[in-house]
Design a protein around this ligand. Structure first.
Ligand SMILES: [Zn+2]
Length: 108
């Protein structure tokens, strides 16, 4: 991957990271506002609506993606981004472009 392309990818990942962090923050705020007294009541937590469960699941998904982005960014720093972990070949630009997090193996 050329330096310029790498930089573009880095910016892309960083802006995605910012979006995820913002969503995360909003969610945390919402929980903090919604629920101090709720948290003290175990029965309430147990009857937690499925919507809330869904939201937590989404948050976990986001957290996973954030972690992947962090890893991608650190691989960029060490010059490992876009190099296949299995065979050491450069991963096709088109593969990475279709999913910027597909950067560790050339074949999925
Ligand atoms: Zn490979």
């Amino acid at each position: 991957m050329h330096k310029k392309e790498l930089k573009q990818m880095e910016n892309l990942l960083k802006s995605r990271k910012n979006i995820l962090l913002k969503e995360f923050e909003e969610r945390v705020k919402k929980y903090l506002n919604a629920g101090t007294e709720k948290l003290s009541d175990i029965a309430e937590i147990a009857s937690c609506s499925s919507n809330e469960v869904l939201e937590i699941a989404i948050a976990e998904e986001d957290a996973r993606e954030l972690k992947q982005i962090e890893e991608a960014l650190s691989r960029m720093k060490s010059g490992q981004y876009g190099v296949c972990e299995q065979c050491g070949e450069a991963i096709k630009k088109s593969t990475i472009e279709s999913n910027s997090l597909c950067y560790t193996v050339c074949k999925l």
